[in-house]
Design a protein around this ligand. Structure first.
Ligand code: PHE
Length: 364
């Protein structure tokens, strides 16, 4: 019985030339109505005696055939692979296709540079929410309701008020971080707060979203001289030039008193403004760069501090403008178009930063 069922099958399996032929043999022997399956089924009709003698044989037959099929299948697959490998040729001397690599956006790069420069002067980086309430964005900064300065900021308001009944808005400047930092950390304090701000405004030099960096120092005996030195030191490091000259002009911001607008001297070279030197020299001029001043007593109070004990200065600068000036870009809108060609041209390699900053993230 064994011979009759197994040997022809084994011989055929050994000779099966393809995987398809082998599969056909498997169906004919071990399939649902295959010869060996049928043989296994005969066990059910046998007497106990008969089953005891034939059972092990029948199972051995099935195992032998199943093993033979598995072995032949592996051999056929191996042969197919070997054949394919000998057919395929692979030229290992070809260079690998280039992987497109991302770059650091100039705004991120400049923010990193700012963080590094100010870290050297003992400033920490602070943050605040972009969705603000009107108390932090205006009232606490001495811009009460109905103050014309509120109208000066073309504010995006949300339709609903928050739980405390405060109007919600997209912050129009980074100055609310002054209030949040004082309330959270008290004094003394030295922070910069880079981030996104929003105003309903759009042309070649204005976009509805742009970036500012706020600076705030609160300590004892702070005066305008500290402000001037800090800005001068920062701008010299940022523009990598020793000949940066500043001019402080009286100005007005509700949250600083006195307030000073800071201009930086430039020279004209080939029709382009190049920072450096006094704006009063022949052929030179002054460019408005940032707003600043001594923190208003009312703002120090809103920050939970005693203005007779603590004084300070604050400043706010456009980060995008700093980037444009340093890296020679002239359309602000291109910053936010997301055109990869622009990024490939103006972006910075995360591995090879050609400035004093290696980037906050990559500095070891
Ligand atoms: N918040 C002001 C602005 O957005 C800038 C500023 C900040 C001025 C801090 C003075 C002090 O224009």
């Amino acid at each position: 019985m064994i011979e009759e069922n197994t040997l022809p099958a084994l011989a055929e399996i050994e000779c099966a030339a393809t995987l398809e032929a082998l599969e056909g043999l498997r169906v004919r022997t071990l399939g649902k109505s295959g010869s060996i399956t049928t043989l296994v089924k005969t066990l059910g009709a046998m007497s106990d005696e008969e089953r005891r003698t034939k059972g092990p044989l029948i199972h051995a037959i099935r195992t032998t055939v199943a093993d033979a099929i598995t072995a032949r299948k592996a051999a056929l697959e191996q042969a197919a692979l070997a054949a394919q490998l000998s057919r395929d040729t692979l030229d290992l001397t070809l260079p690998a296709p280039e992987q497109p690599r991302g770059s650091i956006h100039p705004v991120s790069q400049v923010m990193d540079e700012l963080a590094e420069i100010f870290a050297d002067m003992g400033f920490a980086v602070a943050t605040g929410p972009e969705i603000e309430d009107d108390w932090h964005n205006f009232t606490a900064l001495n811009i009460p309701e109905s103050h014309p300065a509120r109208a000066m900021h073309d504010t995006f308001y949300f339709p609903d008020k928050d739980d405390e009944g405060r109007a919600m808005l997209l912050r129009t400047h980074t100055s609310p971080v002054q209030i949040r930092s004082m309330l959270q950390h008290g004094a003394p304090l030295r922070i910069i707060a880079p981030g996104r701000v929003y105003r309903s405004d759009s042309d070649a030099t204005h976009t509805p979203m742009f970036h500012q960096v706020e600076g705030l120092v609160i300590d004892k005996g702070i005066h305008l001289g500290h402000l001037k030195w800090t800005l001068e030191t920062f701008l010299k490091a940022f523009f990598e030039r020793e000949d940066i000259v500043l001019r402080l002009r009286p100005s007005y911001f509700p949250f600083t008193e006195p307030s000073v607008e800071v201009d930086v001297g430039f020279a004209l070279a080939g029709g382009k403004r190049v920072l450096g030197g006094s704006g009063d020299a022949p052929g030179h001029g002054w460019m408005e760069l940032l707003g600043s001043g001594m923190v208003n007593r009312k703002v120090i109070e809103a920050g939970g501090l005693d203005p007779d004990e603590w004084q300070g200065f604050a400043f706010g600068v456009g980060v995008d403008r700093l980037a444009m000036l340093k890296y020679g870009m002239d359309d602000l809108r291109a910053f936010f178009d997301g055109d990869v060609r622009w990024l490939a041209h103006y972006g910075f390699s995360p591995f090879d930063v050609p400035t004093l900053s290696a980037g906050v993230g990559t500095a070891a």
